[in-house]
Design a protein around this ligand. Structure first.
Ligand code: BMA
Length: 372
């Protein structure tokens, strides 16, 4: 080959490589569901673009109630303290499968739908968790006395047909999430979470890795094929794990997942020792999801976290912020601020007047922490 020819050849190779890398990047920026609606693809891009700017604050049930209040239009504990709404709002759909009008925490699904519409209009993001009931015992998600519930709802199982009815009801709610033009509002679904623990009927001691994966795939495929549901991004969120191998042991596959996450709380009473353990677990799990996200093109995010009652008044700026800063995470979702009279200490974001409120405000004002 002459020098000019070899130069031409080399430049062709370079151009080809650049195109395939670009193609790969584009591919990596598409949802796992190949038939995802254009709004869902846009949501996927938005999450990715936004996480280049910083990490969004998420709060469970933020708009429905807070510490000491329930259903006050426009109110939010996060807004009371910071002046802004969280970018990401989590909702819990447990009991939808039973056809009830409200979820297990007494939030009406009609109200939830309204809030999801408002959030969408504001450019915010909705993520849904689902503490589905135990179909065998009729008790709640935490009843994990049996180790065959998952097996019984898979296609060959005795509860399969009934579980499909549960999925039909859930699908009905998902398909009712529409904007004013009648377009489906894309949302993140985070089902069968914390499954590396053993406190839900889909937990690690209650089913095998294969059964768990089959449950996930069956759910996603039923939504997609039977109900034509293509406005979901799927979030895989075990509780904290020790390694990538453990994280992936029950992973249903890149074709079924868009966001990789984990749930991790400050253990015990939130003593300094507990906080030290939390820091270690958070750092490890952030690195597991960030690294897997980098390799797979998925979006890393924190599914649930928090320090109940926020007994450490500098938890947000001194514990959380250094852990999450600059890690490319899409959001961090703090768990709910219960309104129930019998749960006065069950809250994860400070309300107005709480000793940690000024620290939370300081945290929220950091330039790479996003609210709106
Ligand atoms: C748990 C607690 C419960 C609640 C459930 C589902 O972590 O907050 O009180 O019922 O989540 O939202």
């Amino acid at each position: 080959m002459k020098l000019t020819e070899s130069r031409r050849y080399l430049s062709k190779v370079v151009i080809c490589c650049a195109f395939s890398l670009y193609g790969l990047k584009l591919l990596a920026q598409l949802p796992a569901d190949l038939n995802a609606t254009k709004e869902t693809k846009a949501l996927y891009q938005k999450i990715n673009t936004r996480r280049e700017k910083g990490i969004s604050i998420g709060h469970q049930d933020d708009l429905a109630y807070g510490h000491g209040w329930y259903k006050v239009k426009g109110r939010s504990d996060v807004k009371d303290v910071t002046g802004k709404y969280p970018n990401v709002i989590g909702w819990e759909i447990g009991d939808i499968e039973l056809g009830k009008p409200y979820n297990l925490d007494s939030v009406y699904f009609d109200d939830m739908r309204q809030h999801i519409m408002e959030t969408h209009k504001r450019g915010g993001i909705t993520t849904l968790s689902w503490h589905a009931n135990n179909i065998v015992s009729g008790k709640n998600a935490w009843d994990c006395a049996q180790d065959t519930v998952v097996r019984s709802i898979l296609p060959a199982g005795s509860n399969h047909q009934q579980y499909l009815q549960w999925l039909d009801r859930t699908a009905g709610f998902l398909l009712s999430l529409k904007d004013n033009q009648g377009n489906l509002i894309p949302v993140v679904l985070r089902p069968y979470h914390e499954h590396t623990g053993a406190w839900f009927w889909w937990g690690a001691k209650q089913c095998s890795p294969q059964e768990y994966k089959d449950l996930w795939k069956m759910t996603a495929e039923y939504f997609q094929q039977k109900h034509g549901i293509h406005h979901l991004l799927y979030c895989y969120s075990p509780s904290e794990t020790e390694s990538e191998a453990q994280f992936l042991e029950r992973y249903p596959g890149d074709e079924y997942v868009d966001l990789v996450a984990f749930d991790c709380y400050v253990p015990g009473n939130g003593t300094l020792e507990d906080i030290a353990k939390y820091k270690v677990a958070m750092a490890k799990n952030i690195s597991i999801i960030a690294e897997y996200a980098r390799k797979s093109g998925k979006i890393p995010t924190i599914g649930e976290t928090g320090l109940e009652s926020i007994k450490n008044p500098s938890y947000f700026t001194e514990v959380v912020y250094p852990l999450i800063r600059g890690k490319g995470l899409a959001w961090i979702l703090f768990w709910r601020n219960a309104y129930e009279k019998d749960k006065p200490n069950h809250y994860y974001v400070p309300y107005k007047g709480h000793p940690a409120a000024s620290d939370f405000k300081k945290f929220a004002n950091k330039k790479n922490i996003l609210l709106h």
